[in-house]
Ligand binder design. Structure first.
Ligand SMILES: [Zn+2]
Length: 471
């Protein structure tokens, strides 16, 4: 009797330690002393178990059709690049406030996470923007009954905020099983589909690629683990290169992130899941195994996603497609008149390109000459004149969008004429802004060598050497 009571007290204590750590984390998020991108680390350090995604089989009732599985396994996917728009709906309280602040930088980080995770399968994401949905009632979702995810999607359609041409990612304050069951859920999504919802604190964790993986028809690696049909248990997610698994908690996984050390007789078929893919994005959410740093998709999962895109192209994915070219456009700030950049354009905000890619700004003509490069965690904030852009994840050889300054940005320049030999014998001529932008400038030059110096209003200087032969 005494023993039981002690156990109860220990359990209660453990529970309260756990929930107070969770509360501390939320408080830090509210006060902005913890960033969303630090949530995974914080949870790991403070032994907070992350919430899981609900098994869509039980909840969304949108099962994978068996015949699809067979078709899938025999087909080869197309390896063409696909670019998809992604749009975020930040769900706030009625007055527009929300406890966990979400900035546009967080959303850009979210898109970077998606690109870093999915680019290897030729799947790219273009940030299309975000809006705010102010509705306290809808900021908390339940799995069943009222306040469901599908009701939130319908509501956003009814107020004209749903984006037909994008993946729609909703960010809410809480997802729970029900009004009476306060267990939290990290995210939910349509499978296959283009809609998903994330509990705000999980926005920049492995939950985001997990939910988008569902959107491309990926199943949990522990799918069917407790089914009485033992063939299905062994097939788990119908993907050959993911180990069969079961649903588990942190305490049931060894520190090697692959050995299951929990109750071996848990499943109905008595199958021994000793090795489980705990670092797979579609496995149970345990840290540090399924962190953004450690988690991955297998090539079989990649193939499944690419085949889903192909299979459901006309019905689902075609309408959310964007061009490859769109990846080379800044998400903020713009070029005036196509490719030309105009420093006098004061209406534009600072130019910013999406993060998550390896960029090279290369000489327009000699595209192996890299003038500036950025890595995946950088946000390029300018497009230098006479450079074109390479996104190495798209192509390491092809450069796009040469940025040529508009004539009006020149403030003047000089022409230095040497004659047939470049030596100390030369003549300098100053040119005003009109003369320097004269398209027939070269025709006015004397025979022999000339150096043209062009000066732009923003202080940039460009030099070109020309040799004009006597015919
Ligand atoms: Zn899931």
């Amino acid at each position: 009797m005494k023993k039981t009571r002690n156990l109860c007290i220990v359990l209660l204590l453990l529970f309260s330690i756990k929930s107070s750590a969770q509360k501390d984390m939320l408080n830090k998020l509210y006060k902005k002393s913890l960033k969303l991108s630090e949530v995974e680390n914080y949870m790991e350090l403070n032994n907070i178990s992350p919430a899981q995604c609900v098994d869509s089989k039980q909840v969304l009732n949108n099962d994978l059709d068996e015949s699809d599985n067979i078709r899938y396994s025999n087909r080869r996917p197309s390896y063409e690049i696909k670019v998809f728009n992604v749009f975020f709906h930040v769900v706030n309280e009625n007055n527009g406030n929300r406890a966990v602040p979400i900035s546009e930088n967080d959303l850009i980080e979210a898109v970077a996470i998606l690109n870093k995770t999915f680019n290897q399968f030729k799947i790219f994401f273009k940030y299309k923007g975000h809006d705010q949905i102010n509705s306290t009632w809808r900021s908390v979702l339940y799995i069943g009954g009222n306040r469901t995810f599908s009701q939130l999607v319908e509501y956003s359609k009814s107020i004209g905020k749903y984006q037909n041409n994008s993946f729609n990612v909703y960010i809410v304050s809480t997802i729970r099983y029900s009004q009476y069951d306060s267990r939290k859920i990290a995210g939910l999504s349509n499978k296959p589909g283009i809609n998903s919802v994330i509990d705000d604190e999980y926005l920049l964790t492995s939950t985001l690629p997990h939910e988008i993986g569902h959107n491309f028809s990926l199943e949990h690696t522990y799918r069917n683990w407790n089914n009485s049909n033992c063939n299905l248990v062994a097939q788990n997610d119908y993907i050959d290169d993911t180990l069969p698994s079961m649903a588990y908690e942190n305490s049931e996984i060894d520190s090697d992130c692959s050995t299951y050390i929990g109750d071996k007789d848990k499943n109905k078929c008595g199958i021994d899941f000793t090795q489980v893919p705990a670092t797979n994005f579609m496995s149970s959410n345990v840290l540090p195994c399924r962190s953004l740093e450690n988690a991955s998709f297998t090539s079989g999962q990649g193939k499944r996603m690419m085949l889903t895109i192909q299979n459901k192209w006309n019905t689902i994915y075609k309408k959310v497609e964007n061009s490859i070219e769109s990846l080379y456009e800044p998400y903020q700030g713009s070029y005036v008149q196509g490719i030309y950049q105009d420093p006098n354009n004061v209406t534009g905000k600072e130019m910013k390109f999406q993060k998550g890619f390896d960029y090279q700004f290369v000489d327009c003509k000699k595209t192996t000459f890299v003038k500036k490069s950025y890595s995946k965690n950088d946000v390029p904030k300018e497009h230098p004149y006479f450079t074109a852009i390479k996104i190495l994840q798209v192509s390491s050889s092809e450069a796009r969008k040469c940025n040529i300054p508009r004539p009006s940005v020149y403030q003047g320049g000089t022409v230095i004429s040497f004659g047939n030999i470049i030596d100390n014998n030369y003549e300098v001529k100053k040119l005003d802004s009109e003369e320097i932008q004269n398209p027939k400038l070269v025709e006015t030059l004397p025979f022999g060598y000339s150096i043209i110096n062009k000066e732009l209003k923003n202080g940039d200087k460009y030099q070109k050497t020309i040799y004009k032969a006597r015919n």
